[in-house]
Design a binder for this molecule. Structure first.
Ligand code: FO1
Length: 328
């Protein structure tokens, strides 16, 4: 145990960037001697869709693969040591090949779909796969109810993956919709954590604030619980010097008329966060955020050490905020 408060840490996460920080949190907590089960990772399911008759949950799967060391770090999604015989055979048949499903990855989609059709919930399937993969942190679907992100472009409404993968994020986006979010019941374990006086921190991962964190916050009960939560809430900026590490964050924010900067992301979380971790290249932006506790450091997470460093900084900031509250 090397310091740090004890208690549950709830991380809100999308896919690639979120999974990197989640892995850093696992290691940072382990270095403190905290049990891995202290970490709850609430995953966006707005990217989920039905494809080839299968239920695909990209962000959950990116987390499951990353936290179990099965991920393809280069590609960012899917499994390491992947083969593509299924896709090649599908292409030969003239099937739909715009969304790549690797052979090993396919097994998870087939098994998830079978279990869902047999009556299990997405949470139950996620828990079962986590256990099979030996993951001790708790990866949670944000809801078991269907929430589907849709984007409005000049040609009309498109499903998220149709836009993101099928159209390579090229169509200009006019608005976003998280169909089903209003009525969706948030994951009860996340809600319990938010109401728990023992909650140590909420960490909003450096995921796309609109596409990945947006669907989570679009569930009214979750958003209210986060706003009312007494634990420190810290976001990690997904933007470094005006650029997203990957993905369409900057393009999308610009198209929706939002300032695509580290400060702009923090302002989008107004009323929810009290702390902000931003890149040292954006340290000057802290001046525009006087109401937030901030820390600036290198946030590009290339190596495992980088991930642990950023995760440790987010936890340390949350712990300082908690101490400040007690002293105030
Ligand atoms: N992203 C792509 O850019 N192209 C793909 O063909 C693709 C396939 C895919 C299959 C399974 C999976 O879990 C994720 C996949 N992704 C693919 C990534 C995914 O669509 C996005 O990265 C996320 O939805 C955005 O967070």
């Amino acid at each position: 145990m090397t310091g740090g408060r004890r208690g549950t840490v709830l991380a809100l996460s999308g896919g690639v960037g979120g999974a990197k920080l989640a892995l850093g949190l696992v290691h940072a907590l382990a270095a403190e001697g905290a049990p891995a089960a202290d970490l709850l990772v609430l995953a966006n399911t707005g990217d989920d869709f039905e494809h080839l008759g299968l239920h695909i949950s990209p962000d959950i799967d990116t987390l499951l693969y990353a936290l179990s060391g099965r991920d393809d770090a280069q590609r960012g999604w899917g499994r390491a040591d992947e083969t593509w015989h299924f896709m090649a055979a599908l292409r030969e048949l003239g099937g739909q090949d715009w969304f790549q499903l690797g052979d090993r990855d396919l097994a998870l989609h087939v098994e998830r779909t079978r279990r869902l059709r047999a009556g299990e919930t997405l949470s139950e399937v996620t828990g079962a796969v986590s256990a099979k993969f030996g993951i001790d942190a708790r990866v949670l679907a944000m809801t078991d109810d269907p929430v589907r992100t849709r984007v409005e472009c000049a040609q009309g409404w498109m499903g998220f993956q149709e836009w993101f993968v099928g159209a390579r994020c090229e169509p200009v986006v006019r608005s976003l919709d998280f169909a089903g979010a209003q009525a969706a019941r948030p994951n009860p374990h996340a809600m319990e954590a938010l109401a728990d006086p023992g909650l140590r921190a909420v960490i909003i991962c450096p995921s796309n604030p609109l596409l990945s964190i947006g669907p989570i916050l679009a569930m009214p009960a979750l958003r209210e619980a986060l706003a009312a939560c007494r634990a420190p809430v810290v976001a990690v900026s997904p933007i470094i010097a005006g650029q997203a590490v990957r993905g369409p964050t900057v393009k999308l924010m610009g198209e929706l008329g939002l300032p695509a900067t580290a400060a702009g992301v923090a302002q989008g979380y107004a009323g929810l966060i009290g702390g902000y971790v931003l890149d040292e290249a954006d340290a000057h932006a802290a001046a525009a955020l006087p109401h937030l506790a901030t820390v600036a450091l290198p946030t590009l997470m290339t190596t495992l050490q980088d991930r642990i460093h950023v995760a440790g900084a987010a936890l340390a900031l949350a712990d300082r905020m908690a101490v400040g509250r007690v002293e105030a």
